[in-house]
Write a protein that binds this ligand. Structure first.
Ligand code: VG1
Ligand code: CO
Length: 543
């Protein structure tokens, strides 16, 4: 076995986005591409010498090859140990848990999350720090700086490590421990939730379908829902992770999880439906004939948290990303706990969780989580709902109706315009930005604009400031539109338009969101000239 130092030159564009570096797989497979980025992670975080890491991914195409490269580079960089999920698989929340439980120096997760996978689709790499969470901006910046200057990387020449076998091996003096990806995660879920109550629920005839979307949560869901909780065999579908996610988008929303939606709105619907994404950190919740908007789901979990053993003493505080609906704020107000508003991306919750200021966090993009790990957690949210339903003995629709009656309903939807020409998208944002000072007082679609700004976040824990986090238009009656460009796409630009309207009239709580939001939707087009500037008549994805 030989250690090599390979000469390389910086590669443009290796700037981590909302959640790590994501590129088309062929880009990642170019000579030196992955190696440069991995070396930048090690060097940008003070070197790998003597350190211990966790490594795993969502099983997408190139996951297995990339794992071998990363192991060889970790060894050549002097790492002490790497804990790897069997077959290089680990869901993002399970990786976060392992980083924390085993007190490692961090972890590398190979995933492009909800983006499709395959030889011509997407691949990604993200670095998590010792707290188990996504690296904060200061660290992703340091990594990016390295990618711009590095001239060499270290790697050793070796046979592939057999990652299918559990146990310990060594590579160039570095210890490699291959672990079952599910076991530790499963234990943690048992510590948080009332498994007995959920078992009783299934034993009473309660039915569910969990769609793993051919992605990483399949083995977790099989073991926990069917194996441990007694959900009938076959409740978990598409449970075997596949390199191209069965040719689909592993994105749990009504568009990409359409078969689940169709089932839940049919006469054969089970009591409960759920899905998760590529790397297992997102969740979709559907009741019989009832789709639960992620923002509402977060608010419901906060309102019912004390029904779950892990949160029986109450929540210290809650946090949501800025574009997430303000349904959570209403619950926080009622509970008299702080509610923080952060930029999009889980990395901004880390400090609040570490400082004990927030217990529960969430994003409108189907991410919900708590201080049990430092990532959002798809299956955790599903178990949370099951625990709540088991205690309340109600249907999802009943829980939602009671919630809205108590707190009012924040009608909410997100419209995505994907693969838009980058110049057109930047032009649209720039024009909106320039017009901000003139917006207050303006009447659009019969609604008066109360305030308009570009969101910036001052982290209350470390004082860091993050600017340009989305443009907000606030209306007098509580309505709101947010415009942002995605930081996870790999093709052109994706314009996200977040639409919200508050309804407290009890007679108007059961409307279709697109209908209830029609005025806000029309106002968004007027304000941002979406059709004109993007040439699109309608969004590509509505969630
Ligand atoms: C999107 C979501 C954001 C989420 C991020 C990563 O980012 O909007 O809420 O944290 O994806 O999720 P963006 O920049 O494309 O809007 V995941 O499950 O893809 O790691
Ligand atoms: Co994800």
């Amino acid at each position: 076995m030989t250690r090599y130092v390979v000469a390389t030159t910086p590669i443009d564009g290796q700037k981590p986005g909302t959640s790590g570096l994501r590129k088309k797989t062929p880009v990642f497979m170019q000579p030196h591409y992955l190696e440069n980025f991995v070396q930048a992670i090690f060097t940008g975080t003070g070197g790998a010498e003597g350190k211990t890491y966790v490594l795993g991914g969502d099983g997408r195409y190139f996951n297995d090859r990339a794992a071998q490269v990363i192991l060889r580079m970790a060894a050549a960089n002097g790492a002490k140990k790497v804990i790897v999920g069997q077959n290089a698989l680990l869901s993002t929340p399970a990786a976060s848990n392992l980083i924390r439980r085993r007190q490692t120096d961090g972890g590398i997760i190979m995933s492009a999350s909800h983006n499709p996978g395959g030889p011509t689709e997407d691949f990604g790499v993200k670095f998590n720090t010792a707290n188990g969470g996504p690296a904060p901006e200061s660290i992703t910046e340091a990594i990016f700086e390295q990618t711009k200057t590095l001239s060499e990387y270290a790697i050793c020449e070796a046979q592939d490590v057999d990652l299918s076998k559990l146990g310990v091996t060594t590579l160039f003096g570095m210890e490699i421990e291959v672990v079952d990806p599910v076991v530790d995660y499963h234990l943690m879920m048992e510590e948080i939730f009332d498994f007995e109550a959920i078992r009783d629920l299934f034993a009473s005839g309660f039915t569910m379908r969990f769609d793993a979307m051919h992605a990483v949560t399949g083995p977790y869901a099989k073991a926990i829902l069917e194996g441990s909780l007694g959900a009938p065999e076959g409740s978990v579908v598409n449970a075997v992770p596949s390199p191209d996610f069965g040719g689909g988008h592993p994105d749990p929303n009504p568009i990409w999880a359409k078969p689940l939606m169709d089932l839940m709105f049919s006469c054969d619907a089970p009591d409960f439906g759920a899905a998760s994404d590529g790397d297992g950190d997102r969740n979709m919740i559907v009741g019989r004939n009832t789709y639960v908007t992620p923002s509402d789901s977060l608010a419901v979990l906060a309102a019912n948290a004390t029904l779950v053993p892990g949160y029986k003493d109450g929540l210290k505080g809650v946090a949501r990303s800025m574009p997430t609906s303000r349904a959570l704020d209403r619950v926080a107000e009622a509970l008299d706990i702080p509610c923080y508003e952060t930029p999009t991306g889980w990395k901004f919750f880390g400090n609040l969780l570490d400082a004990g200021r927030a217990t529960l966090c969430g994003e409108e993009s189907a991410g919900t989580g708590s201080d049990h790990v430092r990532e959002k957690d798809g299956l955790w949210a599903v178990l949370f709902w099951l625990n709540v339903l088991a205690v309340r003995q109600q249907s999802v629709a009943e829980v939602m109706a009671e919630h809205w009656a108590k707190f009012g309903r924040n009608y909410y939807s997100r419209h995505d315009f994907e693969a838009v020409d980058s110049d057109a998208a930047n032009g649209l944002m720039e024009a909106l930005r320039n017009r901000l000072p003139n917006q207050p007082g303006r009447v659009v679609e019969g609604m008066t604009i109360e305030a308009a700004d570009e969101f910036a976040y001052d982290d209350p824990v470390d004082g860091s400031r993050s600017e340009h986090q989305g443009i907000r238009i606030m209306f007098k009656d509580g309505g709101r539109i947010v415009f942002r460009l995605s930081g996870t796409g790999t093709e052109g630009a994706t314009l996200r338009v977040y639409l919200e309207k508050v309804e407290t009239n009890v007679a108007a709580l059961q409307d279709n969101p697109q209908n209830a939001l029609s005025g806000i939707i029309a106002a968004a087009d007027k304000l941002a000239e979406i059709r004109l500037r993007t040439g699109r008549d309608a969004p590509d994805v509505i969630t």
